[in-house]
Design a protein around this ligand. Structure first.
Ligand code: PMP
Ligand code: GLU
Length: 397
C-alpha cells in the first residue's frame, strides 16, 4: 500500500504518542502518572458548558461559515484589542480546529518549497513537522538553559538568509516555560525590522499562564512588524478546552483569505457547538482563568523545588506555561541493572518503565539533552511523580 512520501517524512507527535502509551499502560492496570501531554487537568468551566448545551438546543447543527461565525470572529477581534492592544478586523480572524490547525493553515498558506523558516529550539513538536509538510526548510536555532532558552538578536541575525520566509516564536514557551520580556522582544524586533519580507508567526496560546512578575507582550504589538505578524491563539489552555478544538489565527488580510481558501477545501468551518462555547469563554467571567493560573503557579513552585533535589538535573524557574524542561545530560552513560541511559529517549523510557512516570524526551523538541515534564496535574501527582523519578535516578550509577 503506498503511503505518500509527504506523510512518510513526518514524525508522529511525541507528546500525543507518550500520552497514548501512558493511557495504554494505565488500562493494563499499571499505576502510571502522566506528565507527558500538556493540557490543563481542570474541567471546562460551567458557564462555557452551559453555552454549548444552549447551542445544541438552539440548533447550531448546520455547517458553520468556513472562517468561523462572525460573532466569534468579532469577539476575538475585541479580545485582541481589549487584552493585547491589537487592531485586527474580524475579517482577519480565521477560526480553526485548535491552534495546531491554525498554525498549520498559516504555514501551508505561506511557505513554498525551499523557503526557510527560523525556529528557535527547544520548540514545540509540531512546528518542524508542519514546515516539512509544506516542503519548507527548517532553520533551527538552538538556545539553552543557561540563557533561559531565549533567542538572542545576534543568533537571529545570523540565521537570516535571503531565503528566510518566516520565523515561529512561542512565548510563554512550550516546552521551556520561558517568557520573553518586552525589552527582549524589542531587541528581536529591531533585527526583524530590517527584513520586511519575513513573516512572524507568534504562537501566543499560553499568554494567560504566567508567573511571578512576568508580563505578556504580543509580538503583533510592535509597530515595526505589526503588519506582517500572525497571532496564533485559542481556548485550549486558558479555558481548559483542549478537546473542544477551537483556535484561530489573526493575520494580514491576504493571509487570512488564503487560509480561508485552504480551510474551505480541507476541513470546512470548525465545530458549530464548540465555537459557541468559545464565544462564551471570551465573553463570560474571566475569574476561572485566574484561578487555574494560580493553581499552575503553586504547582510550578512545587515541581521546581522537588526537581532541584534530583541529582543530575539542571533546573531553571519557568515563568509561564506548565512545563519544566530540566537539562539531564549528566545522567547520560549511567546504568541501572542491564540498562544504559545513553540519551534522553532512554531516560524517558526508563522513567516510564521503572518509575511509571510518563514524560517526553527532549529530542521531540529538538533538544536531546533535556526532558519535559508537564505539571498540569494535581499536587499529589506531582509530589508522587517527583519522588518516583528521584528514586529511579538515584538508582543509576
Ligand atoms: N502551540 C503550542 C505551543 C501548544 O503547546 C499547543 C498545545 N497542543 C498548541 C499550539 C495547539 O493547541 P490546540 O490545538 O489545542 O489549540
Ligand atoms: N500542546 C500539548 C503538548 O505539547 C498537547 C499535545 C500536542 O498537541 O502536541 O503536550
Amino acid at each position: 500500500m503506498q503511503i505518500s512520501s509527504r506523510v512518510q517524512a513526518l514524525s508522529p507527535s511525541q507528546t500525543l504518542a507518550m500520552s497514548q502509551k501512558s493511557a495504554e499502560l494505565k488500562a493494563q492496570g499499571v499505576d502510571v502518572i502522566n506528565l507527558s501531554v500538556g493540557e490543563p487537568d481542570f474541567n471546562t468551566p460551567e458557564h462555557i458548558k452551559v453555552a454549548a448545551k444552549q447551542a445544541v438546543d438552539d440548533n447550531y447543527s448546520f455547517y458553520s461559515p468556513v472562517p468561523g461565525y462572525m460573532s466569534l470572529r468579532k469577539t476575538i477581534a475585541e479580545k485582541l484589542s481589549r487584552e493585547n492592544g491589537l487592531s485586527f478586523a474580524p475579517s482577519q480572524i480565521v477560526v480553526g480546529n485548535g491552534a495546531k490547525h491554525a498554525i498549520c493553515n498559516v504555514i501551508l498558506a505561506t511557505i513554498n518549497s525551499g523557503d526557510e523558516v527560523i525556529i528557535p529550539t527547544p520548540a514545540w513538536v509540531s512546528y518542524v513537522e508542519m514546515v516539512k509538510l509544506a516542503e519548507g526548510t527548517n532553520v533551527l536555532v538552538p538556545t539553552d538553559i543557561e540563557h533561559d532558552f531565549k533567542l538572542s538578536p545576534a543568533q537571529l541575525e545570523a540565521a537570516i538568509t535571503e531565503r528566510t520566509r518566516a520565523i515561529i516564536m512561542c512565548s510563554p514557551s512550550n516546552p521551556t516555560g520561558s517568557v520573553y520580556t518586552k525589552e527582549e522582544l524589542q531587541a528581536l524586533v529591531d533585527v526583524l525590522a530590517k527584513y520586511p519580507d519575513i513573516l512572524v508567526i507568534a504562537d501566543e496560546i499560553y499568554e494567560h499562564i504566567l508567573y511571578s512578575d512576568s508580563k505578556f507582550v504580543s509580538l503583533a504589538s510592535f509597530p515595526e512588524i505589526a503588519d506582517r505578524t500572525v497571532v496564533i491563539n485559542g481556548v485550549s489552555k486558558a479555558y481548559a478546552m483542549t478537546g473542544w478544538r477551537i483556535g484561530y489565527c489573526a493575520a494580514p488580510e491576504a493571509i487570512a483569505k488564503a487560509v480561508i481558501k485552504l480551510q474551505g477545501q480541507f476541513t470546512s468551518g470548525a465545530s458549530s457547538i464548540a465555537q459557541k462555547a468559545a464565544e462564551a469563554a471570551y465573553l463570560g467571567p474571566q475569574e476561572c482563568v485566574e484561578e487555574m493560573r494560580q493553581a499552575f503557579e503553586r504547582r510550578r513552585n512545587l515541581v521546581v523545588r522537588l526537581a532541584r533535589e534530583i541529582p543530575g538535573f539542571v533546573v531553571n524557574e519557568p515563568q509561564g506555561a506548565f512545563y519544566l524542561f530540566p537539562e539531564v545530560s549528566a545522567l547520560f552513560g549511567k546504568k541501572a541493572a542491564d540498562r544504559v541511559i545513553n540519551n534522553s529517549s532512554d531516560l524517558a523510557m526508563y522513567l516510564l518503565e521503572v518509575a511509571n512516570v510518563a514524560t517526553v524526551d527532549g529530542a521531540a523538541f529538538c533538544a536531546p539533552e533535556y526532558i519535559r515534564f508537564s505539571y498540569a496535574t494535581s499536587d499529589e501527582n506531582i509530589v508522587e511523580a517527583m519522588a518516583r523519578i528521584k528514586r529511579a535516578v538515584e538508582a543509576l550509577s
